[in-house]
Design a protein around this ligand. Structure first.
Ligand SMILES: Cc1cc2nc3c(=O)[nH]c(=O)nc-3n(C[C@H](O)[C@H](O)[C@H](O)COP(=O)(O)OP(=O)(O)OC[C@H]3O[C@@H](n4cnc5c(N)ncnc54)[C@H](O)[C@@H]3O)c2cc1C
Length: 433
């Protein structure tokens, strides 16, 4: 006969049913915990449907420390990111989904569900959540988490979760998975910061990242709608100091307010942080990124030898989209229909040079509504390696609510799932001393 007292399962409250919340709940339940998810929306996983343009870029096979950024990056901060991705790697992410019955495929390292449908991912998570008997409270925005006086309650609970006017429920641990502020239309309006602040956590100012850039430019509208291969580089101040991590290449989209596209999104977090620190920010566009310096010099020489009786549009034909050429010429007071003899060799060189390094001043980054991720949040130095609060034992964090933002390309979901896994496992084994 087993005379050992039966331990009741650890009661875990997961606040937020997004990527990290679903993962934290599944992991904690699989480890034997009694898990409840509280989700503000009518259904968990609302943002997941929108990820990867409805295809859900789950992770990326190219992974190193430079794929993530934290603003509270002391040595501890960056090593926490590194160890989290080591403990739950892209290979683990792929295995996890295979186990849910969702095989994946990769394109140049970018991993998607085989069906190319984000809804497959959401449904697979829902199925596992139901199979594990996790209780999901939807339409349930958590407004407050209270801490009981330890040991004074008969049920020995540590936390009480207040949601709507329903009676508060008691838990041993809480995992805050409320996301950041990017995509407020999906339910992420920064609630997690307020809840964490009630336990004395500091919040590193949330800023939009992976978003478009609004730029100053009198003639910008002329190029609106153009999509072209280009490289973008960030600069600060008047001395044109280049930002080291700031050069990205890919398809850039010209818009009536500025520029967008994946390379622009990749530099937007850095731009947001520089603007926040009151620096002037410039972006230089190289519309001819595939030209080496010597090939570009040859091109200049060749165009200078062209017949000047032709139109300017013909002299510069074939290098950039017609609307881009119109924009560059307009900035010099010229038009494509004018005769090329209007400009001398220096003028030709200048226009070609502007195709190579067209500079725009960034006024602001597009808002949280257009952003894919939040830069800032709960500082990593306020958590341990399991993302448990150093200020309130039993309180854990996972996902975007933490001060970590990844590059575009599956890195943010990898972070959400990795931290959900780590926090979920630790919460399930949480034991008060
Ligand atoms: C349009 C778009 C496309 C994206 N595409 C990709 C992609 O393809 N690949 C990639 O890696 N990343 C992508 N991202 C980023 C990625 O989706 C997020 O970083 C990730 O979902 C964060 O996971 P999370 O669990 O921390 O937060 P979320 O997934 O945002 O979930 C947080 C949940 O908490 C709930 N919540 C908030 N407050 C409360 C409260 N008080 N009470 C109860 N519930 C609450 C919210 O309703 C939400 O459901 C994309 C983001 C957007 C906006």
């Amino acid at each position: 006969m087993d005379l050992k007292p039966k331990m009741r399962p650890v009661r875990v409250a997961v606040i937020g049913g997004g990527a990290s919340g679903c993962m934290a709940a599944i992991t904690a339940a699989q480890a034997g915990a009694d898990v409840h998810i509280f989700e503000k929306n009518e259904k968990p996983g609302k943002k997941l449907y929108a990820t990867g343009n409805g295809r859900c870029n789950l992770t990326n096979l190219h992974m190193d420390d430079s794929c993530y950024h934290t603003r509270t990056a002391d040595k501890n901060g960056s090593s926490l990111i590194h160890s989290a991705i080591e403990r739950y790697s892209p290979a683990d992410q792929i295995r996890f989904f295979a186990d849910l019955g969702v095989p994946v495929f990769d394109r140049d390292g970018y991993v998607y569900p085989r069906t190319n449908q984000a809804q497959t991912v959401v449904r697979a998570l829902e199925k596992r959540i139901a199979a594990l008997g996790i209780r999901v409270h939807t339409g349930c925005p958590v407004r407050k988490i209270r801490r009981s006086q330890q040991g004074t309650k008969a049920d020995d609970a540590v936390f009480y979760v207040d949601c709507n006017d329903r009676e508060a429920r008691a838990f041993d641990t809480v995992i805050l998975c409320t996301g950041g502020m990017a995509g407020p239309q999906y339910g992420t309006t920064g609630d997690g910061y307020r809840l964490a602040a009630s336990f004395s956590h500091k919040i590193s100012t949330p800023l939009p990242a992976l978003t478009a850039l609004e730029c100053r430019g009198q003639f910008l509208k002329r190029a609106a709608g153009v999509r072209c291969r280009a490289a973008v580089t960030l600069y600060t101040g008047n001395d044109k100091k280049q930002i080291r991590e700031g050069r990205e290449e890919g398809e850039v989209q010209m818009t009536d307010y500025g520029i967008s596209g994946i390379p622009v999104m990749q530099i937007s977090g850095t731009a947001a942080r520089l603007l926040e620190s009151k620096q002037r920010v410039f972006v230089q566009i190289d519309f001819l990124p595939e030209f080496s310096d010597s090939a570009f010099s040859d091109e200049i020489e060749r165009r200078m030898r062209e017949d000047r009786s032709q139109m300017l549009g013909d002299l510069f034909l074939g290098l950039v989209h017609k609307k881009i050429l119109d924009l560059l010429l307009a900035e010099k007071g010229l038009q494509a229909e004018m005769k090329a003899r209007r400009i001398d060799d220096a003028g030709i060189r200048q226009i070609l040079q502007s195709m190579r390094e067209y500079t725009l001043e960034v006024i602001q980054v597009k808002s949280f509504k257009q952003a894919q991720v939040t830069s800032g949040g709960i500082p990593l130095e306020e958590t341990d390696a399991n993302f448990q609060s150093r200020l309130q034992p039993g309180l854990f964090f996972a996902g975007e609510v933490l001060d970590v933002d990844g590059r575009c390309g599956g890195y943010n979901l990898q972070w959400a799932f990795a931290t959900g896994y780590i926090a979920g496992l630790a919460a399930a084994h949480y034991c008060r001393v």
